[in-house]
Design a protein around this ligand. Structure first.
Ligand code: GLN
Length: 250
């Protein structure tokens, strides 16, 4: 029998603040629903990332937690896995630590893992908190939704391309882009968990690992997507109504 597909959930005790561990559950479950043996490996902060996993998932966390995680990842195991062609999906703090450098809330610059050509400093305005909606650049993924909650602003260099163009929300905070794609590394500011809210994105990642996939009945996921699109539209209309002022009388 073939070995199970191994989904490594990297340091959920420190990169688990925003529920992104659900991404690993979604990936594993979508394989099992198709009769493909799969398992999630929770990697503890005291351990090195296993180099034999098939797909690596990193989530969001506070500034101090992400500094802890990047120090641990400095042992090079994740970089070696990426060099060996493994796929990585990273969210928010997970995204920032894969870049060249990131700035924490106290103003200290930290080196990242250099897996994505990007640098993170701080947003000029208030923290970006709320729904985020965009159109993904990944084949077959289409519109993606989630929520964002970050103070970092990420500027991409020439080797990385945005994961999505932003229709509503802040994303990277640079020029209407969210996240990054660089080789087999895909990153975004979308929480949700992103893969529960965007099953096409989960399958796009899984296809990189196991090839073509049978379709699934995603009726419940599509219902959730409809509900989220409606909520974003309602929030936009409410914002517009609050900001609208009647033109002054001449
Ligand atoms: N601490 C980082 C920031 O505020 C990441 C936050 C997060 O992962 N949601 O930008």
């Amino acid at each position: 029998m073939a070995d199970p597909v191994r989904i490594a959930l990297v340091y959920p005790t420190v990169l688990g603040t925003y529920g992104d561990g659900g991404n690993a559950t979604v990936l594993t479950q979508r394989l099992r629903w198709r009769g493909i043996d799969a398992e999630t490996i929770d990697v503890g902060i005291d351990h090195s990332v296993p180099e034999q996993a098939d797909l690596y998932v990193l989530g969001g966390g506070e500034d101090s937690a992400q500094t802890l995680a990047v120090n641990r990842l400095g042992d090079g195991a994740l970089n070696r896995a990426v060099d060996a062609g493994k796929t990585v999906f990273a969210v928010c703090a997970g995204f920032q630590i894969l870049g060249e450098t990131f700035l924490d809330g106290a103003g200290a610059v930290h080196p990242g893992l250099g897996l994505i050509d990007c640098r993170t400093d701080r947003l000029d305005g208030p923290r970006a908190v709320g729904e985020l909606l965009g159109d993904s650049a990944l084949d077959g993924v289409g519109t993606v939704t989630g929520y964002e909650n970050h103070g970092g602003r990420t500027v991409l260099g020439p080797d990385a391309t945005p994961f999505a163009t932003v229709r509503s929300g802040i994303g990277n905070g640079d020029a209407a882009g969210d996240g990054a794609i660089q080789g087999n590394v895909v990153a975004t500011y979308l929480h949700g968990p992103a893969l529960a809210r965007n099953p096409e994105l989960a399958d796009a990642l899984l296809r990189r690992v196991v090839g073509e996939l049978d379709p699934l009945d995603d009726a419940e996921e599509l219902e959730l997507r409809r509900e989220r699109f409606a909520a974003i539209t309602r929030a936009k209309v409410t914002r517009w109504r609050r900001q609208w002022r009647p033109p002054a009388r001449q």
